[in-house]
Design a protein around this ligand. Structure first.
Ligand SMILES: [Mg+2]
Ligand SMILES: [Zn+2]
Length: 233
């Protein structure tokens, strides 16, 4: 089998971002009256679209205070070097989130990563209110507002080596198609319950080492060889 192209799909909250930025945002700015129904949501009895509509209705924030909060949040320091390696090697990186573009885009701009393709729900802040919308809800599995499965199926080619990273219960929908899963939290539990092999996710430095190992093993194509070193006679 010739060396494959890697394609990477990653969750944002708690995976690319060090913590769950969305969860913390609601903790900080909501009036506390809404409690996410974890058990019913994991069981697929309620979709995250309804949860977000209710959660946002109990949340108030002015853009300036929201942005100040977001500017204190951090990405995994291993993520930018990982993205750079993927860029040089021609591996697409897609960010799949059942959270909101508002904070993902703001953090990516701060890190100079605004060119990364992001598929998420949409959030507007208007008159102190959080107004969510759900551009990908038509493809839902019933639980997700933005189901990750259709995004993976749409972008991965049959010969790609698919790498998936995540930490939550919205991640199995995408991770089920992966050749290699890096998991913690809810995704790790799902892997264990369903007998799926996974690597316990520690961060993107670990995933970069994994990719480099597959390149030296000839499984992944890696960067195309440059002109240096070519024979000139
Ligand atoms: Mg997450
Ligand atoms: Zn789903």
């Amino acid at each position: 089998m010739p060396p494959q192209r890697a394609i990477i799909f990653s969750d944002f909250d708690g995976t690319i971002a060090k913590i769950d930025v969305g969860d913390l945002m609601y903790d900080v700015f909501s009036d506390g009256s809404y409690v996410w129904p974890d058990a019913d949501w994991i069981a697929g009895k309620v979709s995250s679209k309804q949860c977000y509509l209710d959660q946002c209705a109990s949340t108030r924030a002015e853009p300036e205070e929201l942005d100040a909060f977001l500017d204190a949040q951090e990405l995994d320091p291993g993520f930018p070097p990982f993205v750079e390696h993927c860029r040089r090697s021609g591996y697409p990186v897609y960010v799949l989130s059942d959270g909101m573009d508002y904070y993902i885009n703001r953090l990516f701009r701060r890190y100079g990563l605004e060119e990364l393709p992001v598929f998420s729900n949409h959030l507007e802040v208007a008159d102190g209110r959080l107004v969510p919308s759900f551009p990908y809800f038509a493809d839902t599995c019933g639980r997700c507002a933005n189901c990750k499965g259709p995004h993976v199926r749409r972008h991965a080619q049959p010969d790609d080596f698919v790498i998936y990273l995540g930490d939550g219960w919205s991640d199995p929908c995408g991770a089920q198609y992966a050749d290699a899963i890096f998991a913690k939290g809810g995704l790790q539990k799902w892997c264990e319950q369903n007998g799926r092999a996974y690597y316990p996710l520690t961060g993107f430095e670990q995933v970069l080492k994994f990719v480099e190992q597959l390149e030296s093993d000839g499984v992944l194509a890696g960067a195309a060889p440059g002109p240096l070193g070519d024979a000139t006679t």
